[in-house]
Design a protein around this ligand. Structure first.
Ligand code: HEC
Ligand code: HEC
Length: 157
């Protein structure tokens, strides 16, 4: 028993050490100033609103939002997103319809309307800004690994 405890301590120790190093090196969200100092807030980042749908990094990725969502109501009585993305409004809005999964509950039953668990769209779909990433993004698309010679030009975010 004692041996097991000792062994598990041994395996935890390097992780703890790595955690400490990472915490020191990681860029801090509030910038380089010590947290005891009050500094002016940085300007809001400009949103990307070019209306160009962004490719997905993997099939199940919630697509990012390529348009402005400023002032769009989302509360108990109103969901502005659905006024364009619901099935019955896509003809006039030319917006892509919410996917069929959004009409299903977690047991896979298809419902008559939007599933409650999908109501708050922005918990999964987010607009993009031109902000410089805090850490370098080294994500590589699966296709780029398997077929490096056949890659279309695309923006990834
Ligand atoms: C006025 C109509 C309208 C409203 C309201 C609206 N959208 Fe859109 N949305 C569009 C259109 C049209 C597109 C297609 C790309 C474009 O023209 O911007 C789109 C594209 C998208 C996409 C990209 C889909 C893809 O496959 O790439 C997402 C995600 C999205 N909207 C989410 C939302 C969310 C979340 C809200 C609410 C916060 C919202 N939209 C509100 C019209 C709308
Ligand atoms: C729990 C996370 C989640 C929520 C909440 C959510 N979505 Fe999605 N959405 C996804 C995922 C994941 C996909 C891609 C896989 C799929 O189609 O299910 C997607 C796909 C989409 C698409 C692309 C459909 C297509 O066929 O190209 C649109 C448009 C969209 N969602 C709009 C919305 C709107 C509008 C809302 C709010 C009413 C919403 N989503 C709420 C996760 C979510």
């Amino acid at each position: 028993m004692r041996r097991i405890v000792f062994l598990s301590l041994l395996s935890v120790a390097p992780c703890l050490a790595a955690g400490v190093i990472l915490a020191q090196d990681a860029p801090r969200l509030r910038g380089p100033e010590p947290f005891t100092e009050e500094v002016p807030a940085p300007p809001m980042q400009r949103q990307v609103t070019d209306d160009v749908r962004v490719g997905r990094n993997y099939p199940d990725q919630p697509p990012v939002i390529p348009h402005s969502i400023e002032g769009y109501a989302m509360d108990l009585n109103a969901n502005k997103c659905m006024s364009c993305h619901a099935r019955k409004f896509t003809e006039q809005s030319q917006a892509p319809m919410i996917s069929v999964t959004h009409y299903q509950d977690r047991a896979g039953n298809t419902l008559g309307g939007l599933a409650p668990r999908r109501y708050v769209c922005v918990s999964c779909h987010v607009p993009q800004t031109t902000a410089k990433p805090l850490v370098e993004n080294v994500f590589t698309d699966m296709d780029a690994i398997t077929e490096p010679e056949r890659q279309p030009e695309r923006r990834t975010r």
